[in-house]
Write a protein that binds this ligand. Sequence first.
Ligand code: MOS
Length: 763
Amino acid sequence: PDQESREPDGDPDPEGREPDDEPAPPTRPDRGWIGAPVPRVEGPLKVRGEATFAAEVALDGMVYAALAFSTTAKGRITTLDTAEAEAAPGVVLVMTHRNAPRMRPMPQFDTSEKAAGYDTLPIMQDDRVHWNGQPIAVVLAGTQEQADHAASLVRATYEAEPATTSFARAKAAGTEAGWFRGPLHLEIGDAEAELAAAAVSVDATYRTPPQNHDAIEPHAATVVWHGDDLVVHDASQSVAHTAWSLAHVLGVDEERVRVTSPFVGGGFGGKLLWQHQVLGAAAARLADRPVRIALSREGVFRVVGGRAPTEQRVAIGADRDGRFTALVHTGTQATTRHNAMPEPFTAPARSHYAVGSVKLDLRVAYLDVVANSTMRAPGGAVGSYALECAVDELAFALGVDPIELRLRNEPDRDPVDGRPFSSRHLVEAWRAGAERFGWDGRDPTPGAVREGEWWVGTGCATASHPYVRMPGGAVRITLTDRGRALVEVAAHEMGMGTATAQTQVVAELLALPPDRVSFAYGDSRMPGLVMAAGSQQTASIGAAVIAARRVLVAELLELVGDGSPLAGLAAEEVGALDRGLAKLDDPSRHESYAAVLARAGRAEVVVEASGPPPLEAATWSMHSFGAMFCEARVNAVTGEARVSRFLGSMDCGRVLNPRTAAAQVRGGIVMGLGAALVERTDVDERTGRVVNAGFAEHHVPVHLDVPEIDVIWTDVPDPRAPLGARGIGEVGVTGTAAAVANAVFHATGKRVRDLPLTPDRLL
Ligand code: MOS
């Protein structure tokens, strides 16, 4: 079905039915809806197969796109033969740089509040090749199979130019200072001198490989032009940004581009704007047909960049009691000249420990590959690996329990700039986690436990992710005379539970049952510039909902008539109660929303509001934290490492929905298990070609690789975060790989510092 007019949760009251007889989700009388483990609201649609994803939108006259990719890393296309492809069955169009419409490069992420692109290259505008796998032709045909076949018939030859396709050679060619909203270099005191003078120290180099975005749903867009108006049904974590960026690239007015994305099969920083949406839109215009451009799994590896490789040095100096005197975290990441997405791995070192002297430095080396991008906890995921392994190495050198060592170095304010913490209960998280996991009494001796062929060990690590709230959060609330609320915001449900948690938030703030609240999202026409990134969507929407509720209450009080129990009350005097408003200190003065609207002769009240400027993180040091615990088993014969138990003891502020929140953290931990044990994008260093561009050879954890993952919470509301909730989307991936590697060390006595911990490295 064409879902252009579709709201993900349906019309608030499609047939005037009152669903009073539908079973309500469980409630928690002590705290209302916020904090209740409500099942996800879109779950039934998904399990019934009724949730329409981007590559499932079917439009009249639609044709299917396939891409042909360059096979050289850098140079010029000398011949590009499309005749055979054009003559293939079902082919409607072959688009190359020779016939593509003129387009501007993508506005790069972080250059504008509205930009959603990663590379700044011309998009099929000339004969230049910038990476191995760059799209060189788009084929449109009547079926996907016809398009795929025809794309395989596109023949190109190249005049290759020298390309840098190995990280080692890129580093040797020279590095530059890294930058992410400021320099990534920081020195406090003389850390190298303190390190040299330290009673005990560790100093080691850790390496992490390139990692790719492997969302279960490959990137896809279904694109249609209506005259000069463009509609893109996308798989997106940034509908408004993508609409604005596409308009910029295509040279059309911003308001003529609409991007919808009601369902997303996972997005971890990769589902922003890449060349495929642009090429789909351009080809649709040229062919005057709707186009579905669904990347193959290989296509995702070729067109969508992932996490850059890193080489990191972490050195820690400590006194005999284990108090840190020096912390050095330096190193190099790869990136490309055509983007500048950092992998700021020094971030965890800025917040984890109290330490007298600090030296942080990140350098970048340039490769001729696809632009790297944000990938769940950019920097933190791999930076916490190096830092938290080094802390474990120091604990071993000192003969101190690794949790005890962390507690001894717990800071009482931001270690770098001295700002007070908004809320930090990491010590409680460690204590609760240690008890739950059964840490006490652990024999610290590596290799002390063996069960048959398996060495068994336990390890731990600190997780952290900075709190972010981007500007632009806005919502519209429509309150009807039937006592229902429709909330609209250009936000995203990528599986993380946003729609459910925000339904609960609105239910509680307006004192409505959740089945009277509809949360509509995933459409750039809706209010707000809300990116589902930086683990900030909840805070962004939450701040706007709080503001909109204030406006709504004021409007309702304007509407109440003389006969109302609310007559004469000011906004500060009333609160939401039982489907309406009531005087705070006299709940008997209550009137339902339906009655207020009926009395005023209004069918609905519509308000729209934005959150206040996001200044909280400038004043306060704000992070989500976690204490990660892992039990790992390593086979003494094969070197195979398996994780048998995992616990995340999380400190992320108030938990809005423990069910969906735990699923978020579990997903992050699963991603961390993948990074620890199996994931690595293999690039042929001679050619820059990704050689394991598919799940046959690029491994991610499957069900049998993932044990039961236990998640517990401090659940302490953060007084500086809207709704008291800090982010939970990314923190789960941080600390996880270190906890695994530390458990593997404890199991075997082998300290492997290069990820992933494959059998060849453990034998
Ligand atoms: Mo995330 S890497 O900010 O989607």
